[in-house]
Design a binder for this molecule. Structure first.
Ligand code: BDR
Ligand code: CA
Length: 321
């Protein structure tokens, strides 16, 4: 049986690769995409998600739009590093305009109803700020027990990417993240930068994706090339000419759990610190008294990830044969 999942995204170049991987992997059934304010404003995240699905021939997968702002903060506390465009994400992804439309229902309502009525296990995979998920937890006292597994892209133990302390998804809505990590999900996996920085995709590999000739290969190649340009300019990786594709790593993990090396530890989120707001405090040495509440990935096998992208992106629509 294929694993059912719902992706909560802020599309976003790497979100788009995650969507395509989830929509085309033969072992996965992507039930829906929900969008949240993050990399770009939520209406752009929605449009980018719709056009990505249309482009690969999966416009049948519904897209629900969610929260336009963080849970309690009036807006992002935008630091200087984000005021200038870092070139990693683009407001409008370079694909033909969407022909399908978003659903009328709000994403939070959709998530609550879907998990309440589910007869099979559905994995929830949030790869943007955690606003929609925290809103669902707050609105429905049963939401947490209705979700059998949640796999989150976010957080950082060694170093942040948006501030020295914090990773973007958690930093962009720290109160929401704090609610999610303390909610008591039966199985929570966190895929932070520590893992995604180890699954880099190079320019040569992006070119090989384009050479597949499929729409998914061409789109992935475009998005990853954009990411490499942005990373090389603003936060070069240990290998230059390469970039992480964070969100897609979470999707790949659902099919190949051996892709990630995880540890069961306690995770809390800093919501107050002047220099550390949005930091995930991960108790790797059991220094505190709190019990483990999540499986945190500290290692990733790049070859498993790249091989999966190359294989799966041969599928879907082809407009260039
Ligand atoms: C995360 O932040 C976003 O910019 C990416 O889409 C990813 O989900 C990485 O910090
Ligand atoms: Ca994202």
């Amino acid at each position: 049986m294929r694993r059912k999942l719902i992706l909560d995204v802020d599309t976003g170049t790497d979100d788009a690769v995650a969507i395509m991987l989830a929509a085309l992997h033969p072992s996965l059934e992507l039930l829906a995409v929900t969008t949240v304010n993050g990399n770009v404003e939520v209406q752009y995240c929605t449009e980018n998600s719709l056009k990505t699905l249309d482009f690969i021939g999966r416009g049948d997968i519904p897209v629900y739009q969610g929260c336009p702002k963080p849970l309690v903060r009036p807006d992002f506390p935008v630091p200087r590093s984000l005021k200038k465009d870092d070139g990693i994400h683009i407001k409008t992804l370079p694909l033909p305009p969407a022909v399908s439309s978003k659903q009328d229902k709000n994403a939070v309502e959709f998530l609550i109803e879907t998990f309440r009525n589910a007869t099979d296990d559905i994995v929830l995979v949030p790869v943007g700020p955690l606003t929609n998920i925290a809103a669902a937890i707050t609105a429905d006292p049963d939401f947490v027990k209705n979700v059998p597994e949640i796999v989150i892209m976010g957080g950082a133990h060694y170093t942040g990417n948006v501030t020295p302390a914090a990773e973007f998804n958690v930093w962009a809505d720290p109160e929401a993240a704090a609610i999610v990590f303390s909610a008591g999900f039966a199985k929570l996996t966190l895929v932070p930068l520590d893992a995604t920085f180890q699954a880099l995709v190079t320019g040569e590999q992006a070119k090989a994706l384009e050479d597949l000739g499929s729409n998914a290969g061409i789109a992935a190649s475009r998005f990853i090339a954009q990411r490499i340009k942005g990373y090389d300019a603003t936060q070069p990786m240990k290998v230059s000419g390469a970039a992480p594709v964070h969100d897609a790593v979470c999707v790949a993990y659902l099919v190949r759990p051996d892709l990630l090396e995880t540890r069961h530890v306690n995770i809390v989120v800093e919501t107050q610190g002047m220099h550390t707001v949005g930091r995930t405090v991960i108790d790797v040495n059991r220094r505190g008294n709190n019990e483990p509440n999540g499986h945190v990935a500290f290692g990733a096998q790049a070859d498993i990830f790249i091989d999966m992208l190359m294989t799966v992106f041969q599928g879907g629509r082809r407009d260039h044969d």
